[in-house]
Write a protein that binds this ligand. Structure first.
Ligand SMILES: Nc1ncnc2c1ncn2[C@@H]1O[C@H](COP(=O)(O)OP(=O)(O)O)[C@@H](O)[C@H]1O
Ligand SMILES: [Mg+2]
Length: 254
């Protein structure tokens, strides 16, 4: 079976620094895949190359039969890759529901003509987006807050809202960049369940970067470990936990 997402010898240099070096990744449809590694390993940079934010210096990203490098973030989102950010990016003054709708808008099927002339199609499409955004707030357990300005949400809820917005683009693959960062242990348990539901119920393939080892080991079926821009291990959670190179990378060689 060919992979949904595949990178071949993906490399990016910033001046003299090779941030990601000959990186090969293959994720099958329906997988729940983890990307881990110490701070500065190049994980977020990989996401930026997968989503059209950075153009790789060398190598290629293929997704669902399309070459991704060279496409911009909006084009990549249309092809079905969606993401959240390590540093949460929400529209603080917009409501929780409106924030979720910005994801759906990006995917809108209405054209400029429809929106300028406020055609029936425009209203139908806007209602569809609103309904879908609300359903996703329910899915993430945020529906009670739909009318609040996003800035009034506590931190853990802001992270969940970002995920709702990413889901509203109707992706085939969602990339989560440290979704548990800043969450307390109860919120992390709930997040683990939500990530599983995204894969099991919404049938979306998941790629997650996460520092919380318990969460990663609990939910991921396969894990790839980056260190200084290079893959040092790939395997199941138990294989990764017992890998000598991985232990050294995390413990600083002791
Ligand atoms: N735009 C950029 N310009 C220069 N260096 C960058 C840029 N983006 C990332 N880097 C560098 O690439 C390396 C990997 O960063 P990053 O991908 O954010 O690591 P991680 O997400 O694994 O913590 C770091 O050394 C970082 O400073
Ligand atoms: Mg990062």
């Amino acid at each position: 079976m060919s992979a949904l997402l595949e990178t071949s010898d993906l490399t990016i240099r910033f001046g003299g620094l090779t941030a990601v070096d000959s990186f090969n990744l293959a994720i099958s449809e329906g997988e729940l895949f983890g990307l881990i590694g110490p701070n500065g390993a190049g994980k977020t940079t990989v996401f930026n190359m997968l989503t059209g934010v950075y153009l790789p210096t060398e190598g290629a990203v293929h997704f669902d039969g399309n070459l991704i490098n060279g496409k911009n973030p909006v084009q990549v989102a249309r092809l079905g890759i969606s993401r959240t950010f390590q540093n949460i990016r929400l529209f603080d003054e917009l409501s929780v529901l409106e924030n979720a709708m910005t994801g759906a808008h990006q995917h809108s099927k209405i054209n400029l003509f429809d929106s300028l002339l406020r055609t029936p199609r425009h209203y139908r499409e806007e209602k569809r987006q609103r309904d879908r955004a609300y359903e996703l707030l329910e899915f993430m357990g945020l529906e009670d807050r739909a009318g609040l300005p996003a800035k009034q949400l506590p931190y853990g809820h802001r992270r969940k809202l970002e995920i709702a917005r990413a889901l509203a683009t109707e992706p085939k693959l969602i990339c989560l960049d440290e979704p548990a960062a800043g969450m307390n242990s109860g919120e992390k348990v709930e997040l683990s369940q939500l990530i599983r539901k995204i894969r099991d119920e919404l049938e979306i393939t998941v790629l997650v970067i996460e520092h919380d080892m318990k969460l990663v080991m609990d939910i991921c079926e396969k894990i790839q470990v980056l260190d200084y821009g290079k893959t040092i291990a790939l395997g199941t959670p138990s294989e990764i936990q017992n890998d000598k190179q991985v232990i050294e990378a995390y413990l600083g060689g002791e």
